[in-house]
Design a protein around this ligand. Structure first.
Ligand SMILES: [Cu+2]
Length: 521
C-alpha cells in the first residue's frame, strides 16, 4: 500500500508532539493533574489534534466505514482552480486528498440508504466580473467502497446552498439553493436510486438557503428554519403546509442550528425539535416545538451560555445535545463563544461542556464519531482564509472520577442489519449495568446544520450477557441507512459498534481496496 506524502509528514509531526506532551505533563503534573481530572469527568475535555486538515473542510460526513468524507471544491477561494475532496481516517490520521472535476463547494450532502452520499449542486460561479453567485445543477454520488465520486442525472435547475433529507421510503428530497443565475430555487426534487430525479414540486414561498429539514415520525418533513415561519412538506402529496408555527425569536435564525431531539420508544416517539442561536449579532436563545401537539407552537427553553452564529449542535449517545462554536458577530473571531454547552432534553437545562481551544466561525463543522467523541474542524471567515486545526471533544462520560479513562461497557456481538419491528439481540458482558440503547444516524454537516443526524432511543430487556432490544417500528422513525449502535451504562460510559444499518440497506461495509492516493494540495 502506498501512502502519500502528507501522511508521512503527519506521522513525523505526531511523534514530535507526543514527546512534547510528555515533557509538559512531567512539569505540570504535580500542580495541575488533580484539578484537570476533576473537571474532565464533569465537563469533558477539548484537545487540538497534532496534525492539520490540508483542505478547507466545508462539507463533512461520517462514512459507514468510520472514515470522514471531506468535500471542499474550490474551498471558498476564487483564486483556487482545483476542486478538492478528501477521505480522513480519524483513527490513523491519514488524510487522502483527491480532485473532483466539478466544484462541489456549497452543495447539499446526505447519506443514501446504501451508504453512498448524494450531493446536490455546488458552485457554478463566484460573484466576480459583475455577476452574483451561481448554483450547479450537477448531482454527484460518493461511494465509501471506492472512495470515488461519480456524476448522476442533473437536477432541473441549479442549487447552491440546498439541503437534502432522506425520506422513509429511501428517496432523498432536496430543497432550496441558489439558481444558476441567482434567485432562490423554491422547488423540491426527489431522487430515487437509481432512476434519478422527480419533477419539480414548487413551494408557495421562498425558503431560506440551507433550510433545516427533519423527517418526522409520520413521514412528513418539518422545516424548522432558519425563517421565523415553520412549514411541513408532505412527500405523499408533494405539497407544503405553511404557517405551521412561528418562532418566538423575532428574526430569522441565520446560521443558528436545529436538532430533532432524540426520538424515544419510552416517549412514544414524540417528535420535538430544538432551534438555537443564529442571527447577527447572534442570540443565545433556544426554542423547542412539540410536533405531536394538534397545534404545535415554538416556546423558549433555557438559553445557551453564549450567543452563537455559525455554531454546530451534535447529538451524543447519552441523548444530550452538544452546542459548540460560533460567535456573537459573524466571522469575527474576537467575539467567539469558546465555551461549549450540553443540553439535557429531559430537564431542558444546559451544563458546561468545557472550553474550545479556538474559534469556530463560518463553514466550521462537527460530527459525532463512532467512539463517542466529537470532531470539530474548519472555520472560514474570509475568502482564502480558513482554520486547518482540528479538535476532539471527549465528553465527560469517557472519564472516571479520577480523570482517567472510564471503564466502558463492551459489545461482543450485534447484528449488522436491523429490520423494522420485532427485536434483536446484543451480546455484552455488561448487560446488567446498561441504562439505555440508541441508534444514531451517521451525520452529514455543513453550514451549522447536520442534515442526517438523528437518535432513536430503543426499549430493551436484560438477560444474562444479553440485551433484547425492540427494533425501530418503521422507516419514518429510523429511515433506512447506516447508524451507530450505542449501549450506555448507568454511569454514562458507552461503547459502540459503528454503522449498524437498518432494514432496506445493503450491508456492504468492507475495507476499501488499496490504491494510490493523490498527494495533498
Ligand atoms: Cu458557505
Amino acid at each position: 500500500m502506498v501512502w502519500h506524502e502528507s501522511w508521512t509528514r503527519g506521522t513525523t509531526m505526531r511523534r514530535r508532539v507526543a514527546l512534547a506532551c510528555m515533557a509538559v505533563a512531567t512539569l505540570v503534573a504535580i500542580v495541575c493533574v488533580e484539578r484537570a481530572a476533576a473537571q474532565s469527568n464533569v465537563t469533558g475535555q477539548w484537545s487540538v489534534l497534532p496534525y492539520t486538515m490540508p483542505i478547507n473542510p466545508i462539507h463533512v460526513g461520517l462514512m459507514r466505514t468510520g472514515k470522514i468524507l471531506i468535500v471542499s471544491g474550490t474551498q471558498n477561494d476564487p483564486t483556487v482552480t482545483t476542486n478538492s475532496a478528501a477521505v480522513y481516517d480519524p483513527n490513523t490520521g491519514v488524510i487522502d486528498v483527491q480532485e473532483v472535476p466539478w466544484d462541489l463547494f456549497c452543495n447539499g450532502l446526505s447519506w443514501m440508504p446504501d451508504g453512498r452520499a448524494l450531493i446536490a449542486g455546488g458552485t457554478l460561479q463566484y460573484p466576480v466580473n459583475g455577476h452574483g453567485w451561481g448554483g450547479l445543477k450537477t448531482t454527484t454520488v460518493f461511494d465509501p467502497a471506492t472512495e470515488k465520486f461519480i456524476q448522476v442525472q442533473d437536477m432541473a435547475r441549479g442549487r447552491w446552498y440546498p439541503s437534502i433529507v432522506g425520506l422513509a421510503d429511501g428517496r432523498m428530497a432536496t430543497f432550496s439553493g441558489w439558481l444558476e443565475q441567482g434567485g432562490t430555487n423554491n422547488a423540491v426534487e426527489i431522487y430515487t436510486n437509481p432512476n434519478g430525479w422527480s419533477q419539480e414540486y414548487y413551494a408557495p414561498f421562498t425558503p431560506e438557503l440551507y433550510p433545516w429539514l427533519h423527517l418526522l415520525p409520520d413521514g412528513r418533513v418539518f422545516m424548522s428554519g432558519a425563517n421565523v415561519g415553520s412549514s411541513i412538506f408532505n412527500p405523499s402529496t408533494n405539497t407544503w403546509q405553511t404557517g405551521v408555527a412561528t418562532m418566538k425569536y423575532s428574526r430569522d435564525r441565520i446560521y443558528g442550528s436545529s436538532v430533532l431531539l432524540p426520538l424515544s420508544a419510552a416517549d412514544n416517539w414524540r417528535p420535538r425539535v430544538m432551534i438555537m442561536g443564529g442571527d447577527n449579532p447572534s442570540t443565545a436563545t433556544a426554542e423547542i416545538i412539540d410536533l405531536s401537539q394538534p397545534s404545535p407552537a415554538w416556546r423558549f427553553t433555557n438559553p445557551m451560555s453564549g450567543p452563537r452564529i455559525q455554531m454546530d449542535a451534535v447529538i451524543l449517545p447519552t441523548g444530550k445535545i452538544l452546542a459548540l462554536g460560533g460567535s456573537q458577530l459573524d466571522k469575527t473571531a474576537s467575539t467567539a463563544t469558546l465555551a461549549a454547552d450540553l443540553f439535557d432534553p429531559a430537564t431542558e437545562t444546559w451544563t458546561p461542556a468545557g472550553t474550545m481551544n479556538m474559534p469556530r466561525l463560518y463553514h466550521s463543522v462537527a460530527l459525532l464519531l463512532p467512539d463517542g467523541t466529537v470532531w470539530s474542524a474548519g472555520g472560514n471567515p474570509d475568502w482564502g482564509n480558513w482554520e486547518n486545526r482540528m479538535e476532539i471533544y471527549r465528553p465527560a462520560y469517557l472519564f472516571n472520577a479520577g480523570g482517567g479513562p472510564a471503564t466502558r461497557p463492551t459489545i461482543s456481538a450485534a447484528p449488522s442489519v436491523i429490520g423494522y419491528g420485532g427485536s434483536f439481540q446484543v451480546s455484552t458482558p455488561n448487560a446488567a449495568s446498561i441504562a439505555s440503547v440508541a441508534l444514531i444516524r451517521n451525520g452529514a454537516n455543513t453550514h451549522a446544520f447536520d442534515m442526517d443526524q438523528r437518535m432513536i432511543s430503543l426499549s430493551f430487556t436484560k438477560g444474562a450477557g444479553t440485551l433484547t432490544i425492540t427494533a425501530p417500528p418503521n422507516a419514518n422513525i429510523a429511515p433506512p441507512g447506516h447508524y451507530m449502535l450505542f449501549i450506555v451504562d448507568a454511569n454514562g460510559g458507552m461503547p459502540t459498534v459503528p454503522s449498524a444499518p437498518t432494514a432496506g440497506s445493503s450491508r456492504a461495509a468492507r475495507r476499501p481496496p488499496a490504491r494510490r492516493p493523490r498527494p495533498a494540495t
